[in-house]
Design a protein. Structure first.
Length: 67
């Protein structure tokens, strides 16, 4: 049991810790992903909202049937 604990401690000692450059890169990537997802949401919401309004007008008789 103690060998397992000591082996685990040795493994932890050999782990590489992230540096400042990695933190900045990850933070920038997270912000870019959040911004891209927000833009996608706004675009998809606008498209579906416009589609719903057209469907509602069509179903409620807002469009004239004469061409």
């Amino acid at each position: 049991m103690l060998d397992f604990i000591y082996d685990s401690l040795e493994t932890v000692k050999h782990l590489k810790h992230p540096d400042k450059k990695l933190y900045i890169t990850l933070t920038t990537a997270i912000f870019l992903i959040v911004i891209a997802a927000g833009l996608y949401f706004v675009l998809a919401d606008a498209i579906f909202s416009e589609g719903y309004q057209l469907f509602y007008q069509w179903m409620s008789g807002g469009f004239s049937s004469e061409i």
